[in-house]
Design a protein around this ligand. Structure first.
Ligand SMILES: Cc1cc2nc3c(=O)[nH]c(=O)nc-3n(C[C@H](O)[C@H](O)[C@H](O)COP(=O)(O)OP(=O)(O)OC[C@H]3O[C@@H](n4cnc5c(N)ncnc54)[C@H](O)[C@@H]3O)c2cc1C
Length: 463
């Protein structure tokens, strides 16, 4: 790896892959850094190593990724897998670890394409062994073919939950029940967006086809479920919930939960990019213009890390951000930029027809985000409860960052990845604000880094 590149791309999902390839094709020296073992990102994970039979079970959308991954292999992009970026600042200096060694890189431009993470939603019992994120279970399936042996319960709200249920059903997994926590009134909320969504009707028909297959397979889906709770002494034993006015309990050793995805904003926060609250997506996201430029010169952001748009939008946005970098670095003219961007702009507009409908339909109930009961653990790393957070607000610490300093929530190994959003919701509710006012200030290292790894930056000072 060189110590300076024209363009550093962080993240080898659809956004990063398309960006890196187009930039390299036009003569930039590009490095693509990703913490996975192989290119593909979340959706196209393990694309190069997956057996054909398993790939088929994941559906047609998964197979689309082949082209993107082969384009990378055919390009002259310097691609580094297993590479964790833990720092980015406004001088475009990047800290990363590779093979247990820390390195620093500099760049003329840094494109953040580091994707999304599953929205953490604390509820009673969510930290019990046996409760996992649906996305994590899907990672095990894609990467290693690992599926649950006994009956599994899926719960939450969002397209990924339905997709995983469908993939599991095709793989022969015994699904005990799907608990759909999408409130009934979301149907009304989404209705005004339906005409526009019909312009991207393939998404709606795909979702309906998944539901039909699940129904035909006899898998029960309970709709309008609330008050989800995971029970057990040391391990998950059962799940209870409210359905049609009654409390019901299902015995299970595995509960897979999902409440949508939110942008991975730790690096953009650490770099100091401006962020704004998006009420439709119910999350913080960086402010970017139509080319992906953030508020910091030289740091464009594309794909889900700039706001949730899905895999195809990510692919177009990645390419557009790279085209803009080529223009800024005088590799192409304004006219060439316009020509190169034409198709991506067009397809991106088409893709975006579905978003308002999905965002309204899968809007997570405010009660779930803002009102976990006092005993529920919110920060897993430091074991801080919702009650501790409310007490801190009652004591006069009205901002998420003050709550963090007082309670240590967000100061553990995950550096707030698993609690920052939840804390900002609870603090907003305690302050009687409709929306969160602030999120944790991101500070490097955003991922765990040992002192030993850090010391490798200064080999001359080691004995
Ligand atoms: C767990 C999970 C599973 C998903 N599965 C699907 C699916 O099956 N189908 C679907 O349509 N959508 C899925 N999504 C939604 C998905 O985010 C988008 O559809 C799409 O993958 C977004 O593309 P992207 O290029 O923006 O980001 P991603 O595809 O997320 O790619 C970002 C890449 O950056 C890497 N990265 C992140 N932080 C760092 C760092 N600090 N250092 C180095 N590398 C880093 C990530 O590991 C990843 O490889 C999933 C999302 C999640 C969180």
């Amino acid at each position: 790896m060189k110590s300076h590149y024209s363009l550093v791309v962080i993240g080898a999902g659809p956004a990063g892959l398309s960006a890196a390839v187009v930039a390299a094709q036009h003569g930039l020296d590009v490095v693509l850094l990703d913490d996975q073992k192989a290119p593909g990102g979340q959706i196209y994970r393990a694309m190069e190593s997956i057996p054909a039979e398993r790939a088929k079970l994941l559906g047609a959308e998964y197979l689309r990724g082949r082209q993107l991954v082969s384009a990378l292999r055919e390009s002259n992009v310097d691609y580094f897998a297993d590479c964790q970026v833990w720092s980015l600042n406004n001088k475009l200096e990047i800290g990363l670890t590779q093979n247990n060694k820390a390195l620093m890189l500099t760049a003329d431009r840094v494109l953040l394409a580091n994707g999304a993470l599953e929205r953490p939603v604390p509820f009673p019992g969510w930290t019990l062994p046996g409760v996992m994120n649906a996305g994590a279970a899907q990672i095990l399936f894609k990467s290693h073919g690992i599926i649950p042996e006994d009956g599994v319960v899926l719960a939450g709200s969002g397209p990924l939950l339905l997709l995983l249920a469908w993939q599991y059903q095709h793989a022969g997994v015994n699904i005990k029940s799907i608990l759909d926590l999408t409130p009934m009134h979301n149907h009304l909320r989404a209705l005004p967006h339906l005409p526009r969504a019909l312009l991207a009707g393939h998404y709606l028909s795909k979702g309906m086809a998944y539901k039909k297959d699940l129904k035909m397979a006899g898998i029960s889906t309970l709709h309008n479920v609330s008050n989800l709770q995971a029970n057990g002494k040391n391990l998950l034993e059962s799940v209870s919930f409210q359905h049609k006015g009654r409390t019901e309990t299902l015995e299970t050793e595995l509960l897979l939960i999902h409440f949508g995805v939110i942008p991975h904003s730790q690096l953009s926060q650490a770099a100091g990019c401006n962020h704004q609250w998006d009420n439709s997506q119910q999350c913080w996201k960086p402010q970017v213009d139509k080319w992906g430029n953030s508020s910091i010169d030289g740091i464009p952001i594309a794909g889900d890390s700039a706001g949730i748009g899905g895999a195809r939008t990510a692919e177009h946005a990645g390419r557009l951000a790279a085209i803009q970098v080529l223009f800024q670095l005088n590799k192409i003219s304004q006219l060439e930029r316009k020509k190169l961007a034409h198709n991506d702009r067009k397809w991106m507009r088409e893709e975006r027809h579905i978003r308002p409908f999905l965002e309204a339909f899968f809007h997570i109930p405010g009660k779930l985000l803002r009102e976990p009961d006092d005993h529920t653990i919110v920060c897993r790393c430091e074991e801080v409860t919702a009650g501790d957070i409310r007490q801190a607000v009652a004591d006069g610490h009205q901002d998420s960052n003050q709550v963090k300093f007082l309670t240590r929530c967000g100061m553990g190994p995950c550096q707030g990845r698993q609690c920052a959003e939840a804390v900002s919701h609870i603090v907003a509710a305690a302050n009687k604000d409709n929306y969160p006012r602030a999120i944790y200030r991101g500070r490097p290292p955003v991922t765990p880094l040992t002192l030993g790894q850090l010391a490798t930056l200064y080999p001359e000072e080691q004995e």
